[in-house]
Design a protein around this ligand. Structure first.
Ligand SMILES: *Cc1c(COP(=O)(O)O)cnc(C)c1O
Length: 486
């Protein structure tokens, strides 16, 4: 299996060649030359597989240059009941992503798929835990090392740290805005005592952290000497790892391949739902893929109108589902590439226009950049939007009716899912975080604290290990160099 850039100006690569990288050299994103197809016989055989075995079957179609025995060992080591142990009472952790039927509406089941039982209580662990093991494996083979450098305002940074802690050949340097994350999120990251994890608390806001990451990635000499890498959501291996739970969700919710299901996905950077799109392209019987956004509705706007318009910082809102607070969706280019019939030249032109004009228009109206919006339906996409008041009402409603506490992001998903039901087609809502991470809104909705999984009761009281830094890129570079010794 070879991979091409969505912008068409980069050489074809293997899975291992793109594993440790981010963007293609031409600024595009990598996709396989064609999506592997899954047959009905395969789906039948996969119904009874464990999550780890299913992950192996899917991964081997994409990572064709890694020996199968090695892939098998990596997936077995990653998807265990011990790693994904933070399940709700009564759930079986060996299922890894258990389903909960919430309700039956108009002959349609609304089902929650739990994806947030990993070490950081958010769905990013589903892919990041595998990435940690893949990275360690690849670096071992190349006798190489890698220093992951990034910025976080919450979920991504902690998922990366918990995936990379204690891994040979890897260090993580993670910037976060000092005293701006929730006490729970801060404790999750800063309580890690592993010597290969470095938390840098920056005296500034998240944008200052991101600016420093950009400055470092533009300093090619420093980047090369310090062996700097990233683990952001455009990483192809992360997307592939996410394809697995769409298959698992479908296979668990159905008994025959003639049945279809739909998915609703709380979305920000379009990484999660992009994996759903790929599963559908591979032949998984998915009816609709519903994008749920919060007040930051760039994606909802596109899927309603065909206009993609990235937001300025002043138009990017801080909401109570903060992991969806985005101004543009970094994985969206992968879908646009397929929507345009894989015309890399046009993708290139459209995303250059994003840089120069802040967006593009595929509505087909006079003066637009094309009419492909009309084809969106063929790809199953629909969308909806949810606001703070919807979130609070949905958390309250789901708790009152079903005794299940959901987090703010998942609440956005349930709200939008209920507006997109098709009679007879089960709707699976992906649960992207556990409520313990967003206690303030749970208190607002339910007048009580969120449940905490065993072992998280007192994490705020654990000793913390972090370094406070001014928002000064020279100081950050000096810190990295001092700790890598490179
Ligand atoms: C990252 C995240 C999202 C958004 O996922 P994308 O892949 O960026 O669309 C939604 N909910 C939670 C809790 C997250 O951490």
């Amino acid at each position: 299996m070879q991979y091409l850039s969505t912008r068409g100006n980069a050489p074809a690569q293997t899975f291992s060649q793109i594993l440790l990288g981010g963007l293609a050299p031409d600024g595009g994103l990598y996709l396989p030359i064609e999506y592997p197809k899954v047959s009905g016989a395969e789906l039948d055989a996969w119904r009874k597989l464990s999550y780890a075995d299913l992950a192996f079957e899917l991964l081997k179609k994409f990572a064709t240059d890694i020996p199968e025995a090695d892939l098998k060992a990596l997936t077995q080591k990653t998807y265990t009941a011990d790693v994904y142990r933070n399940v709700r009472q009564g759930d079986d952790p060996s299922q890894i992503t258990p389903l909960h039927v919430l309700e039956e509406r108009d002959g349609t089941q609304v089902i929650l798929q739990a994806l947030s039982n990993g070490p950081t209580l958010a769905f990013k662990d589903m892919a990041m835990q595998l990435l940690g093991n893949l990275f360690e494996y690849a670096l071992d083979k190349q006798h190489a090392e890698l220093n992951i450098f990034g910025a976080t305002s919450g979920d991504t940074g902690s998922a990366a740290e918990y995936a990379m802690r204690g891994k040979r050949g890897i260090r993580v340097f993670m910037l976060s805005p000092h005293k701006k994350m929730s006490a729970f999120q801060t404790a999750q990251m800063f309580s890690l005592q592993d010597p290969n994890i470095f938390n840098l608390a920056v005296e500034g806001v998240f944008d200052d952290c991101q600016d420093m990451v950009k400055a470092v990635s533009n300093d090619l000499e420093f980047k090369a000497r310090q062996k700097i890498g990233t683990v952001n959501s455009i990483n192809w291996a992360r997307v592939v790892a996410q394809v697995v739970y769409y298959f698992r969700g479908y296979l668990s919710a159905t008994t025959r391949n003639e049945q279809k299901v739909s998915f609703t996905v709380p979305s920000g950077n379009f990484g999660n739902i992009c994996a759903g799109h790929i599963a559908r392209m591979m032949g998984l019987p998915i009816d609709k893929l519903v994008v749920a956004t919060n007040e930051n509705d760039v994606l909802d706007e596109f899927f309603r109108t065909g206009v993609y318009r990235v937001r300025k910082s002043a138009e990017t809102y801080h909401t109570t589902s903060p992991s969806m607070d985005i101004s543009k969706a970094s994985n969206f280019e992968r879908f646009v590439y397929d929507l345009l019939g894989r015309d890399a030249e046009r993708v290139n032109a459209l995303f250059r226009k994003v840089e120069t004009h802040g967006g593009f228009d595929l509505s087909g109206k006079n003066g637009s950049d094309g009419g492909e919006f009309a084809k969106v339906e063929q790809f199953g996409f629909e969308s909806g939007r949810s606001e703070h008041a919807d979130r609070v009402a949905t958390i309250r409603d789901v708790h009152a009716k079903y005794g299940i506490m959901i987090d703010t992001h998942t609440a956005d998903g349930v709200k939008v899912a209920r507006e997109h039901l098709t009679p007879g087609v089960p709707m699976i809502v992906l649960e992207t975080a556990l409520p313990a991470k967003f206690n303030e809104t749970i208190r607002e909705a339910l007048g009580r604290d969120a449940e905490r999984p065993v072992g998280f009761e007192n994490i705020e009281a654990l000793p913390q290990r972090f370094t406070v830094m001014p928002a000064d890129v020279q100081k950050v570079k000096a810190f990295i160099a001092e700790h890598t010794g490179l």
